[in-house]
Design a protein around this ligand. Structure first.
Ligand SMILES: C[S@@+](CC[C@H](N)C(=O)[O-])C[C@H]1O[C@@H](n2cnc3c(N)ncnc32)[C@H](O)[C@@H]1O
Length: 280
């Protein structure tokens, strides 16, 4: 087995640059961010928190949806992501806080936020602590909107099911890694869904937040976009003891077996929660 040398995390510059470039070149993060911003009802908002905001793809779409005097605070614990965001997204209404989502309440006054939006990240956090912090800083009636990747929530949209007649790039990557590198993939029972809806609902309720809507959505893209996404170091596959160069070689071999324009569908579980307007 090759040495482990290049599993880059969020707080590394080359990963942050690759991630930000992807968000500009491909619609995926804009599309999911726009969906969340729409559900957050931002028209009359004056303060919105972009939680786990990374390099600012979500803040960009929130800013488009907000009235002119409103402010966005982007909170993320990866300074490298925010360095790229500060350089590439300059808007006087946007400020950046480098902090874990779990410590949100240390940085934002209680009851001050009209909405908290968290795109493509919540399952990476300690959700019970994050939900409590969000409940603390939201105003009564304020919305908390986030999405969970289908695999992490244990859901699959019917559209994803329908393209499953052919193997996905991830499946092909695994097969090639097994064949060429002796890779042993985890079995399904070793990786149950990390954040199913019943856990989310219970934890939100314990934090004093009410679920007002949930929906399983499908995001349609192509194998070409999926390949670009799987080239971002933090998302490169397979997990385990591979160098980034090896992962990219496996990805190239997998991509050679698919049609670049073939559809790829990603499922999301979208959750809209709210701080009740009146407290008992
Ligand atoms: C896939 S990116 C999403 C960024 C942004 N929301 C977007 O749509 O482009 C995930 C982000 O979550 C951040 N993150 C993960 N765990 C975190 C935590 N516990 N506290 C704060 N940020 C976290 C990472 O640093 C990374 O920037």
């Amino acid at each position: 087995m090759a040495p482990h040398d290049a599993i880059l995390g969020w707080d590394e510059d080359s990963n942050a640059e690759a991630y930000e470039a992807f968000t500009r070149a491909h619609p995926m993060y804009d599309a999911t961010s726009r969906d969340l911003a729409r559900r957050a009802h931002l028209r009359d908002a004056s303060l919105v928190i972009d939680l786990c905001g990374g390099a600012g793809a979500t803040a960009r779409t929130i800013l488009e949806a907000l009235p002119a005097p409103a402010r966005v605070v982007s909170v993320d614990n990866a300074a490298a992501m925010q360095r790229v965001g500060r350089r590439t997204l300059t808007d006087h209404r946007l400020s950046w806080i480098t902090a874990p989502a779990e410590r949100l309440a240390d940085h934002v006054p209680a009851g001050s936020a009209d909405a908290v939006v968290c795109n493509s990240a919540i399952w990476k956090t300690h959700t019970a602590a994050v939900f409590a912090a969000v409940a603390h800083i939201l105003r009564p009636g304020g919305r908390f909107v986030f999405n969970i990747g289908g695999g992490f929530a244990g859901v699959r949209h019917p559209d994803e099911q329908s393209v499953r007649t052919r193997p996905s790039l991830k499946t092909l990557i695994r097969q090639i890694a097994v064949r060429d590198y002796g890779y042993t993939p985890p079995t399904a029972s070793e990786s149950p869904p990390k954040l199913p809806l019943d856990t989310v609902t219970r934890q939100l309720s314990e934090a004093g937040l009410t679920v007002v809507a949930t929906e399983i959505t499908a995001q349609h893209s192509t194998m070409a976009e999926k390949k670009a996404w799987l080239s971002i170091p933090v998302f490169a596959q397979p997990e385990g003891n591979f160098t980034h160069a090896q992962r990219m070689r496996i990805l190239d071999a997998a991509y050679a077996l698919v049609n670049a324009d073939a559809p790829s569908v990603t499922s999301w579980l979208v959750v809209v929660a709210q701080r009740p307007r009146t407290t008992a």
